[in-house]
Design a protein around this ligand. Structure first.
Ligand SMILES: Nc1ncnc2c1ncn2[C@@H]1O[C@H](COP(=O)(O)OP(=O)(O)O)[C@@H](O)[C@H]1O
Ligand SMILES: [Mg+2]
Length: 356
């Protein structure tokens, strides 16, 4: 077998797609390095506010594995929404959705002529991304969420590293097979909305009142008291139990990784550097109209600042803000351009954002 890439190399590939999340990127890079070396890897739980890059990181891994010749076709990878598991679990087929997809992926990789045993082995060593895992919480608004509970139980069975009975799809002859699931790697991610506030409350006004002490800071020459709160400093397993992740389910994760909230600097970089950013998309459109779109650094910053004021959207806010900025110009780019160039500057941005 060809040598597998080191974590540093994997991290730099993932880090080009997911900015400002070094910790999560490194954790993922090490897990992948172990996985492709055929070693056992502990499951990972990623927690991060909406729009901080969770799904992007999962996609980046899928694409990295597919695009790297020494890794392509080595591991079956699937990404599915936790709600799908909830529905399947309700229908009494826990885990079926996961294996059905893994087997399909295995068939794509190994070809239609692959032996059944080969397919089962490939599926049993797959990488499974479960997105929006917070949707399968065990209770919602004080009442039990049966779908969520069943889905967590189903995942638990697959994560417990045992041989699991799996209903095989018709194309594989149907029936049931015992699949060794000990090689599966689960990476689950979710925003866990409300968790941040719940933990903040716990350490300020709740059970652990007074734990978070204000610090004295000097701002604009004035002395002030501030509460500086980072979820990572205070999050305990109990907080996640209370949120609705059962202790048994949580216990299957070796690592809980918190994604950082994105600041103005990172948002500016995402806006400029990420290929599918609103700016890059608009630039391609302008180009198709024969106009080069340029933007001044302080215009970028103003857009990032406006996006940062909507913390619940994360980097998604960039697109929404930029839409407001370019909407008018996109109608007739040629008219606004001088010598084939349109320079988007700060006054323009300020004007467009003020008009709302
Ligand atoms: N850390 C990041 N680095 C690069 N792009 C990001 C990052 N976070 C979010 N984005 C961009 O914002 C959008 C939403 O990100 P996504 O990963 O779907 O967020 P979520 O954390 O809610 O899953 C995507 O278009 C993505 O390109
Ligand atoms: Mg997402």
């Amino acid at each position: 077998m060809p040598p597998t890439p080191p974590p540093t190399e994997i991290a730099s590939a993932l880090g080009a797609r997911v900015l400002g999340q070094d910790e999560a990127v490194r954790e993922m890079a090490v897990a992948l390095a172990k996985k492709v070396a055929g070693l056992r890897v502990g499951h990972i739980l990623m927690i991060g506010s909406s729009g901080t890059g969770k799904t992007t990181l999962m996609r980046a891994v899928e694409e990295y594995l597919a695009a790297t010749p020494s890794l392509a076709g080595r591991s079956a990878v699937v990404r599915l929404h936790a709600n799908v598991l909830g529905e399947e679990a309700e229908a009494g087929r826990p885990g079926a959705a996961v294996f059905r997809r893994l087997l399909e992926r295995a068939r794509e990789q190994l070809g239609a002529g692959a032996e059944r045993e080969q397919l089962l082995a490939r599926a049993g060593g797959g990488l499974v991304f479960v997105d929006e895992v917070d949707k399968i919480r065990s209770h919602v608004g004080g009442s039990p969420n049966v779908r969520g509970i069943r889905a967590q139980e189903a995942l638990l069975t697959l994560m417990e590293n045992e041989v699991v009975p799996v209903d095989l799809p018709a194309w594989l002859g149907g029936g049931t097979a015992a699949i060794d699931a000990s090689g599966l790697l689960f990476v689950c991610g979710g925003a866990f909305e409300g968790l941040y506030d719940a933990v903040f409350d716990r350490v300020t006004i709740g059970e652990d009142k007074g734990a978070l002490q204000p610090v004295t800071v000097v701002e604009d020459g004035k002395v002030a008291e501030r509460l500086i709160f980072h979820l990572a400093d205070w999050l305990r397993n109990d907080d996640l139990f209370e949120y609705g992740m059962t202790p048994q389910f949580l216990a299957r994760f070796d690592a809980v990784v918190l994604l950082a909230d994105l600041d103005v600097d990172i948002l500016s970089r995402i806006f400029l550097e990420i290929p599918d950013s609103g700016f890059q998309q608009s630039r391609a459109y302008f180009e198709s109209r024969g106009v080069k779109l340029a933007i001044s650094p302080n215009a970028v910053r103003e857009i990032a600042r406006a996006a940062a004021r909507q913390p619940r959207l994360g980097a998604r806010a960039l697109k929404e803000v930029f839409r407001r900025v370019v909407r008018e110009i996109e109608f007739e780019p040629e008219k606004h351009a001088a010598q084939g160039v349109f320079l988007l500057d700060l006054p323009h941005v300020a004007r467009a954002l003020k008009h709302e």
